[in-house]
Design a binder for this molecule. Structure first.
Ligand code: SAM
Length: 355
């Protein structure tokens, strides 16, 4: 253990593993309290809103867990036009959010110049920060997008168990891309870099999950996304049952443990209460995430006519607009938690509160 912030030790790998294995809710309360205190000390109470726009569900990958994998032929495919994406960005800005997140399958139909143009148009017409989450793209494309004004890039490493990763994320052309190398490259290009994992992948062990948490610190991530694995019936992984003695469960509590530990090892990172967490526990998932270390929400602002087609797993939980004060909306959730909406882009280390 190392002396950390807010009076708490930064857990080492043994302590991380021990926390992951705790089941007693009273003992776990100690983890939630620590993560919440460290979150408050380092990034404050503000919750930053990122408008998520799912620009294309085309994907050339065959990830065995993901509903938009190339092999799923039961899905209507779409690719938004540049004008549609820019219109979404104006809506995100009008709602008062600080960031737009453009996410898609690994779709080379979104060409390098097309993405660069969309990024430049958003930067020219809104005050938004732009986050991209477009998969494993070429270094020259990533560089051009950064030059066009993209601020951040999200690419989860999903699991640090290399054999498990290759099983669930078959290499393209038989060649694994080391996601670590890509994350390092993104960092060197000047992006704020986000990564993260799924919790409860069949075959994932407590030991490998402890390694994942240690990677968050080792990679010095700016953003850390953690969500439970949710089986999609039209994917190969749905037929695989993880029933080894050391299998990590895909439940909200385990995902929250990883969120809380991520906060302890990377105190000033931006950490979302993810849609997957809100889906596996619709009543409380996002709230639990925000109480246990998270400081970001990513409401889905994909146009309704496309939303249902971006089905990475079934029944994704929606989150209403911040202007409404109804159950299930951003404003109602934050009011209940006594947490203000963050102002501005909310990059690493610049959390401020909307007036
Ligand atoms: N193509 C890009 C990539 O792979 O980074 C971005 C889109 S991908 C659909 C975004 C994330 O969705 C993945 O990193 C993965 O963690 C998550 N995801 C996909 N299928 C999932 C599932 N069945 N359960 C939980 N999360 C899932």
């Amino acid at each position: 253990m190392r002396e950390g912030s807010a009076g708490f030790d930064v857990p080492d790998r043994d302590a991380v593993l021990a926390w992951l294995r705790v089941e007693d809710p009273e003992v776990l309360e100690g983890l939630w309290v620590r993560a919440d205190a460290v979150r408050r000390a380092h990034v404050g109470d503000a919750v930053h809103l990122r408008g998520l726009v799912e620009v294309s569900n085309h994907c050339l990958r065959q990830c065995t867990y993901c509903g938009i994998r190339a092999g799923n032929h039961g899905l209507t495919r779409y690719r938004m036009s540049a004008d549609e994406v820019v219109a979404c960005a104006r809506r995100v800005a009008d709602l008062g959010y600080g960031t737009i997140v453009l996410q898609a399958g690994e779709d080379f139909g979104l060409t390098g110049p097309w993405v660069a143009d969309v990024v430049a148009r958003i930067r020219a017409s809104t005050p938004l920060a732009v986050t991209l989450s477009l998969g494993e793209r070429l270094p020259e494309e990533l560089r051009a997008w950064r030059e066009a004004g993209a601020d951040r890039y999200l690419l989860r490493f999903e699991t640090s168990d290399a054999a498990l990763f290759d099983r669930i994320h078959p290499p393209r052309h038989g060649q694994s891309v080391a996601r670590w190398d890509l994350l390092g490259l993104l960092h060197d290009m000047g992006y704020e870099v986000g990564s993260g994992v799924m919790v409860g992948i069949p075959g994932q062990t407590w030991d490998s999950l402890a390694d994942d948490v240690m990677r968050f610190a080792g990679l010095d991530l700016d953003m850390i996304g953690v969500g439970p694995y949710i089986p999609h019936p039209d994917t190969p992984l749905a037929a695989v049952v993880g029933d080894g003695p050391d299998q990590v469960p895909a439940d909200a509590t385990t995902a929250c443990k990883v969120v809380a530990l991520a906060r302890l090892v990377r105190p000033d990172a931006n950490i979302p209460a993810t849609t997957a967490l809100g889906t596996i526990d619709r009543a409380h998932g996002r709230e639990l995430g925000l109480r246990r270390g998270a400081n970001i929400l990513m409401p889905n602002l994909t146009p309704d006519r496309y939303k249902a087609c971006y089905e990475i797993y079934p029944d994704k939980a929606a989150l209403g607009d911040p202007g409404e004060d109804l159950p299930g909306t951003v404003r109602e959730l934050l009011r209940r938690l006594g947490r203000p909406v963050g102002a501005g882009p909310g990059g690493r280390g610049n959390g401020s509160v909307a007036s």
